[in-house]
Each structure stands twice: as structure tokens, then as C-alpha cells.
Design a protein. Structure first.
Ligand SMILES: *Cc1c(COP(=O)(O)O)cnc(C)c1O
Length: 380
């Protein structure tokens, strides 16, 4: 697996012959793996852009891109595809090599799925406290889970595997650069293409959350690249590190609270958080995000996770501002993952009660916001 690096380092003729063979076999593997990735991509359809019907926001259309529709159920399907391509095209991934990443959520599931497709062993490094359901999901895809007691130690443990020869996909380190922000059917190009026949094809706002920061970086860069006037809003659990860092432009800040919403609201400023392409951050209390995830069932007839709810609240906030200013236009956001994953948590009454999460007042506020064209009372 270190064939290419060895070719630079070794001076002895026999080592050069050996490493040349390794390099040739890595090329063959990369070609094979890329053809598998291309086939997967050819079998896949683009995700739908769904339009919400909210007559109270007259002249303002709200759309949601259904990223839960990917084969692995979340927007991390795109990220996993990009991380594998990036590792392959950098010559960092070879036949039979173990793949590792630190993830306790959607990323591990998507990465395990691609590892199985490529015939590679996969290890997800997770905190020992991770929900048994998620551990089971990775194992069902043929991956193994390396459980560590200390949640903060997962990155060091993934690096430990990499030192022993595994390929570290490194979602938090590489998300923002592994995605081709100029296009290549990234999420931004897809959204703008799908908007082409709408009343307001150039959205006033795109709204997304920030976990690795990869999605917000790709969207923000693409908007500038295409010369669009669309602004980018990050919907963030109240007090999350992106919000704190964005306000102060300080990469050393920490979150002021801990969120129950998975996938977003990181405790520290991740390397992929690109502050300068983000025009607004809307902070959403967890109870409001959960209430909004419940509301999405009424609006779309399907369940989505808490980060999708968080996006909905931010969309309503922006729509209400536009309405108040007499503006018209479109707002586009994302449905990030499937709600079924949260049967035992966000959608479970006793789970919420144990954590003192009261969603009833937020549900009422959401209903009147939707019927009267208002936002929710939020700190921004
Ligand atoms: C990862 C994730 C996000 C945030 O996306 P990034 O591109 O990592 O910033 C939002 N929601 C869910 C469910 C996620 O898994």
C-alpha cells in the first residue's frame, strides 16, 4: 500500500523494481475501484427537490432537497463517495487495505457501504456510548466497530489505525477539500439545476447545517463560482461552535452547550468550517428542531431527522424576514437523513421527557408560523 511513497524513498535497484510493481498494481486497483464507483454513480438517480406548500408566505417558495433518498439514507452518501474518490486518486488506498474513520453516525454507515462495494475491510472508530442500533447498522454492512471509552479520543484512535497501515478517510479533516466545489454534480450544482424552471430560479437563500462543514463550504463556494446572488445561511443548534466561531471569526472557540441533534452543532470549530462563505447563522433550540422534525411529517408525509427540522426553522425565520420586507423569492434547504433512525430518541416521548425537552409549545408556534406567515422567536 505504500508503493508510491516507497518508490521515492528507496535507492536500491531491487527496491525500485519492487515498488514499480506495487505502483502498477495500485494503478490497476485504482482503475478497478473507479470503475465500480462510476457504476454506482450510474445506477443512482439524483435526489428530489421537494416544494413545500405554504400559502401564508405569499410570493416566497420553500424547497427541500431530499438527501435521505440516497441508498445509505443521508447526505453522507455524497461525502463518503467523495472521500473514497479522494483517497483513491491520491494513491492512498490500495487493494485489500483496511479503511478507517472516526464516526458514530451517518458517515460510518455510508463509508461501510462503499467499503463493502469496493471489497475493502472497514473500521468505524466510535465512542463506546454509541447507540447499539448504529453499531449494528455498521456491522450489518460488514464493517467493524472499534469502541473507545473516551469520545474525544476517536481521532487519535483512527490515526493509530492509519499508522498501522489503514487508510484514514478523515471526514472532519478532508470533507471540505474532497468535494469538487466547481460542479461535477455536487449538491450545489444539482440544486441550481433543479431550480431552473421555478418562479425564482436563483434562490434568495440556501440553508444547511454544519457538521464537517463540507456541505456549507461546497454550497458557498459554488454560489460565488457561478456568480449568483444567493446567500448562504447555516442553521445551527443554539450555541454550537460554528455559530460562536462565525460571530467572532475565532477558530479556537468552543460550543456553549451540547446539542441532541445529530450530525450538526459540533463542540469545536472543525477544519472544514469555512466562515467567509456564510452570510448568516440562525441558532435554533433543540426543542424547536425536534418539533420541526415532527412538523415535516405533516408537510411532506415522511419522517426526517433533527437536523432537517433545524433547517426548517431557519427557513421559516428567513421567509418571515423576507415577507416583512416585502421581498419575494425562493429558499432552498436540505432533508439530511431519515427519521426512522430516531424512533428511540427524538420521536420517543419518554426519551424527550427524560431530557426535559418540551416540544408542544414549539409545535404550536410552528403551526401558527406556517398558517400566518411568521417565523419563530429565535436568538440570532
Ligand atoms: C453530517 C450531517 C449534517 C451536516 O453536513 P456536513 O456536510 O457534514 O456539514 C447534517 N445532518 C446530518 C444528519 C448529518 O449526518
Amino acid at each position: 500500500m505504500t508503493g508510491i511513497r516507497a518508490a521515492h524513498e528507496a535507492n536500491e535497484p531491487c527496491a525500485i523494481v519492487h515498488s514499480a510493481q506495487q505502483a502498477a498494481s495500485n494503478r490497476a486497483f485504482v482503475q478497478h475501484a473507479l470503475s465500480l464507483m462510476k457504476k454506482e454513480s450510474a445506477r443512482s438517480a439524483d435526489t428530489h427537490l421537494l416544494r413545500l406548500d405554504v400559502p401564508a408566505f405569499h410570493g416566497i417558495e420553500i424547497y427541500f432537497k431530499d438527501e435521505a433518498a440516497h441508498p445509505t439514507g443521508s447526505l453522507k452518501h455524497r461525502l463518503a463517495r467523495s472521500l473514497y474518490l479522494y483517497a483513491l486518486c491520491n494513491g492512498r488506498l490500495d487493494s485489500g487495505q483496511t479503511v478507517v474513520d472516526a464516526s458514530s453516525g451517518s458517515t460510518a454507515i455510508s463509508e461501510a457501504w462503499f467499503a463493502r462495494m469496493l471489497g475493502l475491510p472497514f473500521i468505524a472508530v466510535m465512542p463506546a456510548a454509541t447507540a447499539p442500533r448504529k453499531i449494528a447498522a455498521v456491522r450489518a454492512l460488514g464493517g467493524s466497530c472499534d469502541l473507545v471509552d473516551e469520545p474525544a479520543a476517536v481521532h487519535a484512535r483512527a490515526a493509530w489505525h492509519a499508522e498501522r497501515g489503514a487508510c484514514h478517510l478523515d471526514q472532519f479533516g478532508l470533507a471540505e477539500r474532497a468535494t469538487d466545489w466547481r460542479g461535477n454534480n455536487n449538491i450545489a450544482e444539482s440544486i441550481i439545476g433543479q431550480m431552473r424552471l421555478e418562479a425564482h430560479p436563483e434562490p434568495a437563500w440556501l440553508v444547511c447545517g454544519a457538521g464537517t462543514g463540507g456541505t456549507s463550504a461546497t454550497l458557498g463556494r459554488y454560489l460565488r463560482y457561478r456568480g449568483l446572488n444567493t446567500r448562504l445561511c447555516v442553521a445551527e443548534p443554539s450555541g454550537g461552535a460554528f455559530a460562536e466561531g462565525w460571530k467572532s471569526r475565532d477558530r479556537h472557540v468552543h460550543a456553549t452547550g451540547k446539542t441532541l441533534i445529530e450530525g450538526i452543532g459540533r463542540s469545536t470549530v472543525e477544519p472544514g468550517f469555512v466562515f467567509d462563505v456564510v452570510d448568516a447563522v440562525v441558532e435554533v433550540p433543540d426543542a424547536a428542531s425536534i418539533a420541526a422534525a415532527c412538523q415535516l411529517v405533516d408537510l411532506l408525509g415522511r419522517r426526517y431527522g433533527g437536523s432537517s427540522g433545524c433547517n426548517l426553522v431557519a427557513c421559516l425565520h428567513l421567509a418571515a424576514q423576507m415577507l416583512a420586507r416585502g421581498e419575494q423569492g425562493s429558499i432552498v434547504s436540505l432533508l439530511c437523513d431519515r427519521g426512522e433512525r430516531y424512533d428511540d430518541t427524538l420521536f420517543c416521548n419518554s426519551w424527550r421527557a427524560q431530557r426535559d425537552i418540551a416540544i408542544r409549545p414549539w409545535q404550536e408556534a410552528l403551526q401558527s408560523a406556517l398558517s400566518e406567515g411568521r417565523g419563530l422567536m429565535l436568538a440570532t
